[in-house]
Design a protein around this ligand. Structure first.
Ligand SMILES: [Zn+2]
Ligand SMILES: [Zn+2]
Length: 476
């Protein structure tokens, strides 16, 4: 690795065939009057060449999508790293972009919700769990132990009909003929030997009694067999009545044991308002009636997602409620998230919450604590937008990159300014080079190296007035 970036013969715009050397892994500021040529050197020469080389290094396949880039007017640049530029122009007019999406926090949230989110039935609010027969067995045994239930029976039922109209005469008859003795209809036990008369205009719930196991005789195998049988007859459901009459319904699918509402596979795309799996059908994820209208979608009330996506919760909040929080509150919520997850979930959530925490912490440090994660891109100021894009870069923790920034401290209060400088300093220490085009005196004084382009603007500029360590310029 070279220790310097060497630029020879730069002539872009008004630059007068200038040559200079810059240290790597340092904070470098480019100063000069407006129009002096400092941006031509930082963005149009150094960044442009860094990006061009990066694209050249990619496969022909990738290049065809990115397009060729023109070589800037410069003889040679040595020691360049992959370059990342973050300027203040509004890049995206996508009405769907928000603070959470620009920083990629939303992508990580989608993974988090898909992995550890707990589904609730959108119809009745019941918590829904997907379990294997083995997991149901463990859960039942655990409950008996925790609640110290030792007397009576464990009754296992198969809910074959749930809240549907009909007389079910034939079905009950067939059930009896296959060897079952009892059913529970609408919560009441009946012997199948007697004729059970149901009103065909009322909705009924019918559960076949699979086994009644005396708790003294409870064995693994008998329990497993009964659960498997119950699940088989009902297509995935098993009701367990414990000795104390408390009961619980288990499901092998993500479906509501009460009314049968069935969830699709819970994947990250379910939480995307750009995807037909996740978006509100009425507004296709825009949250408003039309693309640029202010009128809120009556179906989702601006939440942009469908009911299924919104009924999955992590630590009691759905994904929309999470992005309603501002950076300060979100940071606290995520800091406490670990404590509210089971050990297995914590492991899964670990990587994802680290990425989210890095970004939230960065935005908090640079004074963006007041922004809600749901703020749309179009309503951000240039300075806010730049710091947000920087947050996404910090989150990825690139090493050996060259960042080219345009006045990152613009519009910041002193305290936030200090924090941003400190954060940029950390990036340098992690092995990155930072070039900022800057007017702010404090930031200039905090830098390691100054390049002053001038002496004036336009054709009277374009020359290197000074390039050297900041402390030399200050006479320290
Ligand atoms: Zn339900
Ligand atoms: Zn909608």
């Amino acid at each position: 690795m070279q220790e310097k970036i060497v630029i020879k013969g730069a002539r872009e715009h008004n630059l007068k065939n200038i040559s200079l050397e810059l240290p790597r892994n340092k904070m470098i500021v480019f100063t000069g009057l407006s129009g002096s040529g400092k941006s031509s050197l930082a963005f149009d020469t150094i960044f442009a060449e860094g990006q061009r080389r990066y694209i050249e290094s990619l496969s022909a396949y990738a290049r065809q999508f990115l397009g060729g880039m023109q070589k800037p007017d410069v003889d040679e640049i040595e020691g360049l790293s992959p370059a990342i530029s973050i300027d203040q122009k509004a890049h995206s007019a996508n009405p769907r972009s928000t603070v959470a999406t620009i920083t990629e926090i939303y992508d990580y949230l989608r993974v988090l919700f898909a992995r550890v989110g707990r589904p609730h039935c959108p119809e009745c609010g019941t918590k829904i769990e997907k379990m294997t027969v083995d997991e149901m067995k463990d859960q039942i045994l655990k409950k008996l132990k925790i609640d110290k239930i030792k007397k009576g029976e464990l009754i296992l039922l198969s809910p074959v009909v749930r809240g549907r109209k009909g007389e079910y005469y034939q079905m009950l008859y067939d059930t009896y003929n296959s060897g079952f003795m009892e059913v529970r209809v609408d919560g009441k036990m009946y012997s199948l030997k007697e004729r059970i008369i149901l009103s065909k205009n009322n909705k009924h719930t019918i559960e076949i009694v699979i086994d009644k196991i005396p708790l003294e005789a409870l064995g693994d195998q008998r329990l497993s067999e009964a659960i498997a049988k119950a699940v088989d007859l009902s297509n995935g459901l098993c009701t367990a009545i414990f000795g104390d009459k408390h009961e619980q319904i288990f499901s092998t699918e993500y479906s509501c044991p009460k009314d049968g509402f069935s969830f699709p596979e819970i994947e990250p795309r379910l939480f995307s308002f750009n995807s037909p799996y996740g978006y509100c059908e009425a507004c296709t994820g825009l949250g408003t009636k039309e693309v640029f209208s202010e009128e809120i979608c009556p179906k989702c009330q601006g939440k942009r997602l469908n009911d299924t996506a919104l009924s999955i919760r992590v630590n009691e909040k759905n994904i929309w409620e999470v992005v309603q929080m501002n950076i300060r509150d979100a940071r606290e919520w995520f800091a406490e998230l670990d404590m509210n997850l089971a050990e297995k979930e914590r492991e899964i959530a670990g990587m994802v919450s680290r990425e989210i925490n890095n970004r939230l912490q960065f935005m908090f440090d640079v004074g963006l604590h007041y922004l809600t994660m749901n703020r749309t891109a179009g309503t951000l100021s240039g300075g806010e937008a730049q710091r947000i894009r920087l947050a996404s870069q910090v989150g990825t923790r690139l090493v050996g990159a060259l960042y080219v920034l345009d006045e990152p401290t613009i519009g910041l209060h002193q305290r936030d300014n200090d924090q941003l400088v400190k954060t940029l300093r950390n990036l340098c220490e992690a092995g990155n080079t930072i070039i900022t085009v800057e007017h702010d005196e404090d930031t200039i004084l905090e830098s390691d190296w100054i390049v002053d382009i001038g002496p004036a603007a336009g054709k009277h500029g374009g020359e290197v007035v000074f390039s050297g360590p900041t402390k030399v310029l200050l006479g320290k």
